[in-house]
Write a protein that binds this ligand. Structure first.
Ligand code: ADP
Ligand code: MG
Length: 646
């Protein structure tokens, strides 16, 4: 039975004038279990024929059948499968992977077969022992002699069965003693049932085969059979059927290991490559954390101004220097607004500076006249006593609520001064309540505040009905923007002109939010640019890595790696670099945050898990995007070209 049938095979290299006809109308059939030597001078086309038989190269024309199946019809994955399961290659220069131990080199083809690690190792050790390499299992190729390396490569060829052994000048690089040993092994394999195709230029070696085919200038010139010994026993080792999932899993683990090795063996290069990613990720995460902190701080301060409230002030705006003097707002404005449907309440505010006296202790202070709703609107909580009632406002009662700063200043150790009398501008005021200490930091934290009914402030203390501002609480279901416009219309009509301005806490909040978000976005944008630059760095290094390891790729393909396996290997390496960079970036940014929080007391960076997860996701994506092109280049390499590269 013919296991190999070549019909009318031609092979050309080059184009136009440089075109050389290397194989000319080759017709050749090889029986299963035969031992064939192909002999010829250097340059006669032996290796070219061998590579076509081993599916590493394709003929320019003609038909090639293995076990009756036309190879020309097969796709790249099916060819890889043939190389993996049917062929076992023995090269003149061994072609072992220099970074793997003997045992792992021999076991490599089984990775692409989907065999689990334990079984791979067991079979590899068994093969190496049978080739008298039991004491060299853990040596790398550069620690082995040529003969030993060639025996490791024989073990590798047998790993998945090696039904057809293709040996291209297997003794060419060996001393005669090692060469003899290798030939003995090959003869042994023939007797075990392997089909052997051996290429040589040495007639003594060829003489050991059963059939000798002589090739000259790309043509078969002689075909002699010396012995009819054909051994057809089955040599395929029992291999538990593996699911596609197992194959994927083992090739993934193998790729991961190779990637870690590649990164570690070029530590400095890997670190420099990661630097772009590290800086990018660290800045994104830190900027977002800093932005969050700023936003939260500002929001705290705005919230202490009250929610859904609008403050109406005289003048044209904050910069108006006259606003302290001009008195365009009246109590009647406040009363009018208070009656409107969309307003919960409106209270006039008066502030009076003057002398505050308690016993023989005198200081200057500012007294604010407010409505009873003021505390509610501004979110001030009472610690002692109570706030004043509407009745007390109407009755112009001489009562005052003080804040904790004032209590500390005047009463020091007395936590509950309710009932004490203070004298403000010679008018007595009875303390009825103390507010809770205000913990929000900032410029307001040291200010002393005293609040009295606005009626008391206006009529009893000031003696005029001038007011400084009006605080309006808008009903909860009303849009504060709409309310602001309505108030503006009403007051403009009442006054005949717009002689006031409004501060709307909601719109301040929105402004702050949009501004900080814009800032975050802007700086994050810059960081993204740095990430892209980092990604390009990764791509560059991966391209270098692919070029450096072209030969390795060729070897892997020759022993059965599919395109997807190669793609996966380089993609994983790129992703690993990026994830590692991302991880270091996050750590760096957490460290910056920690240092920042240690040195700054009332302001800390706020890290969100979302931004960290996003950052890591981002670096993975960069690995995939920028790693894909080099990885695809690698997987698209032609096995024979890759093998030929130095
Ligand atoms: N990739 C290639 N491009 C161009 N010419 C090639 C290539 N590979 C081999 N050749 C040519 O084909 C001929 C046969 O090469 P080869 O099969 O390697 O010979 P052998 O193995 O018998 O020494 C040689 O003349 C060689 O120069
Ligand atoms: Mg050759």
């Amino acid at each position: 039975m013919n296991i190999i049938e070549l019909k009318n095979i031609n092979k050309f290299y080059g184009e136009g004038n440089n075109r050389v006809h290397v194989l000319k109308n080759i017709d050749l059939c090889i029986e299963k279990g035969d031992f064939v030597a192909i002999i010829g001078q250097s340059g006669s086309g032996k290796s070219t024929m061998m590579n076509i038989i081993g599916c590493l190269d394709v003929p320019s024309s003609g038909s090639y059948k293995i076990n009756g199946v036309e190879v020309g019809q097969m796709d790249k994955d099916q060819l890889a499968e043939l190389r993996c399961k049917t062929f076992g290659f023995i090269f003149q220069r061994y072609n072992l992977l220099s970074n793997l131990k003997a045992v792992d080199n021999a076991a490599l083809p089984a990775v692409y077969m989907g065999l689990d690690a334990k079984m791979r190792r067991r079979r590899s050790i068994k093969l190496l022992r049978s080739l008298e390499l039991g004491d060299r299992l853990n040596n790398k190729p550069n620690e082995l002699s040529g003969g030993q390396q060639q025996r490791v490569s024989i073990a590798r060829a047998l790993m998945n069965g090696g039904e057809i052994i293709l040996a291209d000048e297997p003794t060419g690089a060996l001393d005669s003693k090692s060469g003899e040993r290798v030939m003995e092994i090959i003869k042994d394999l023939h007797q075990q049932g392997h089909t052997i195709i051996l290429v040589t230029h040495d007639s003594h070696i060829a003489a050991q085969a059963s059939r000798i085919i002589e090739i000259k200038d790309g043509e078969i010139v002689a075909d002699t059979r010396k012995s009819s010994q054909i051994y057809t026993s089955d040599v395929t080792p029992e291999c538990p059927r593996k699911s596609r999932w197992d194959t994927l899993k083992y090739s993934f683990i193998e790729s991961l290991g190779m990637s870690v090795y590649a990164i570690l063996s070029n530590k400095m290069r890997s670190l420099l490559t990661m630097l772009g990613i590290i800086i990018g990720i660290a800045s994104v995460v830190s900027v977002v954390a800093l932005g969050n902190a700023t936003q939260q701080k500002i929001m705290e301060q705005i919230n202490s101004m009250g929610t859904n409230t609008i403050d109406i002030m005289p003048g044209t705006g904050f910069g108006d220097r006259r606003s302290g003097r001009i008195k365009t707002l009246k109590v009647s404005d406040s009363d009018y607004l208070g009656k409107m449907s969309f307003i919960d309440n409106a209270t006039p505010n008066v502030s009076i500076s003057g002398n505050l006296v308690y016993g023989n202790y005198t200081l200057t202070a500012t007294l604010r006249g407010v409505g009873s709703q003021y505390f509610d609107v501004k979110g001030k909580k009472i610690a002692q006593g109570r706030i004043f009632t509407d009745e007390e406002v109407r009755n112009i009662s001489s009562v005052v609520v003080i804040d904790d700063n004032t209590r500390k200043e005047i009463f020091e150790n007395n936590p509950n001064p309710v009932g004490e009398i203070l004298i403000f501008n010679k008018k007595p005021l009875k303390i009825i309540g103390v507010t809770e200490p205000d913990n929000s930091p900032g410029p307001m934290s040291e200010t002393m505040n005293l609040w009295t009914p606005y009626t008391t402030a206006m009529y009893k203390i000031n003696g005029s009905n001038d007011i400084n501002s009006i605080t309006v609480k808008v009903s909860d279901n009303i849009n504060s923007q709409v309310a602001e416009e309505s108030i503006e219309n009403v007051l403009t009509t009442l006054h005949g002109k717009k002689d006031f301005f409004m501060i709307n806490t909601d719109s301040i909040k929105q402004t702050v939010e949009t501004t900080t978000n814009m800032m975050k976005l802007l700086i994050a944008g810059i960081a993204v640019i740095s990430l892209i630059v980092g990604g390009i760095g990764v791509m560059n290094i991966m391209l270098v890595s692919v070029t450096e390891r072209t030969r390795e790729i060729g070897i892997r393909m020759a022993i059965g790696a599919k395109q997807a396996d190669i793609l996966q290997q380089f993609l994983i390496e790129a992703i690993l670099i990026c994830i590692l960079g991302g991880f270091i970036g996050v750590m760096l940014s957490l460290f910056i945050g920690w240092a920042f929080n240690t040195f700054s007391e009332d302001f800390g960076m706020i890290f969100s898990t979302t931004s960290i997860i996003l950052a890591l996701g981002c670096s993975t994506a960069i690995g995939i995007i920028f790693g894909y092109m080099p990885a695809r280049n690698a997987s698209n390499l032609n096995p024979i070209d890759a093998l030929a590269s130095e």
